[in-house]
Design a protein around this ligand. Structure first.
Ligand code: ZN
Length: 123
């Protein structure tokens, strides 16, 4: 097992967690908050047609779900840092390359296992 300095990753995960929590609060925080959040996501205010409102509702749901999943992944990564297992693939136990952790600090898997998982989900 290698020695990995987890401090920079922890800092980034904590920052990401805070940003996501703020975003989720706004997504869930009533009509005004949701309108602001979706305007930020999709660039500018929208016309108030019914079809667009429907679409926005669906998008909000999707965003909310995606951000919740991401938040869970970040929480799990922080727990792995606390447990001393951070940077080790949860599937095969290999060290996850530092470059991959820098690109996606919340990732629990090496590229090989992640790719395999995505293929199996699609099938
Ligand atoms: Zn792996």
């Amino acid at each position: 097992m290698r020695t990995l300095n987890t401090d920079p990753f922890k800092q980034r995960l904590l920052q990401q967690r805070e940003a996501l929590q703020t975003q989720l609060e706004r997504l869930r925080g009533g009509a005004v908050g949701r309108a602001q959040a979706s305007a930020e996501h999709f660039g500018g205010p929208k016309e108030d047609s019914r079809a667009q409102q429907e679409t926005e509702r669906e998008l909000e749901f999707t965003l909310d779900t995606r951000e919740s999943i991401e938040l869970d992944a970040i929480e799990a990564a922080l727990q792995r840092i606390a447990a001393g297992t951070y940077g080790v693939c949860s599937d095969c136990g290999a060290d996850i390359p530092a470059a991959r952790l820098q690109a996606a600090p919340e990732t629990p898997r090496c590229i090989r296992c992640q790719t395999a998982l995505e293929h199996s989900r699609r099938a």
